[in-house]
Design a protein around this ligand. Structure first.
Ligand SMILES: [Zn+2]
Length: 208
């Protein structure tokens, strides 16, 4: 089970193909385009929305959904840090595979973290393997799986992106309530009650 989604969220499928399609569209409309980041991160362009939709409207690191934050609060992360010497220019890091949908918090926290080659697949959000690196425990905390719990790089990433924080528990709880509420729209009392609970938790989220 992908720790980023609740049972109400759709599975992340064909993400690589979906991103390739967005790239093809950009190249068709802008034949000289090289740095995909420039186009996809532009909030006034349709590419950003398509990119958000490709990720089911969810941060690829913590799973926070567009039900909780606005489209403009999503950012486009360079999975491999764009200022690392491997890239001569920032443009060079803007290839489609290196671009990941992230909420502002995850993108900001991850910042200059450099992904080691030996844990590339374990941390790359478009790979199924990443869904086994972390898991959601019964109290909704995001945790490191047994397989990686002694892995230094994975632990550094986990700490840097702050995946273990209370905020992500609250978001997961909210996403569950939103999902449940959508399933019981005919039951007016339950629907309204869940709405009230959500308002209280949302208020708490905003002060964290
Ligand atoms: Zn996030």
């Amino acid at each position: 089970m992908d720790y980023r989604r609740t049972k109400y969220c759709p599975e992340l499928v064909d993400i690589k193909e979906k991103k390739k399609k967005i790239e093809a569209l950009i190249k068709k409309e802008h034949p000289h385009a090289q740095d995909m980041h420039t186009y996809i991160s532009d909030n006034s362009e349709k590419y950003k929305l398509k990119f958000v939709q490709a990720y089911n409207g969810k941060c690829a690191y913590c799973g926070v959904s567009i039900d909780l934050i606005k489209k403009n609060e999503f950012e486009i992360d360079h999975f491999l840090y764009e200022k690392f010497p491997k890239f001569k220019t920032k443009k060079e890091a803007g290839y489609i595979e290196n671009l990941i949908l992230a909420c502002h918090d995850c993108n900001h926290n991850k910042s200059d973290f450099w992904i080691n080659e030996d844990c590339y697949n374990a941390l790359y959000p478009d790979e199924k393997e990443m869904q086994k690196t972390f898991f959601r425990d019964e109290q909704y905390y995001i945790c490191i799986s047994d397989e990686y719990k002694d892995d230094k790089s994975i632990n550094e990433f986990y700490d840097k992106v702050r995946l273990g924080t209370e905020l992500h528990r609250l978001d997961y709880l909210l996403m569950n309530i939103i999902g449940l509420q959508r399933k019981c729209q005919e039951n007016k009392d339950l629907y309204a009650g869940l709405g009230k609970i959500m308002d209280v938790i949302r208020e708490k989220r905003n002060i964290i």
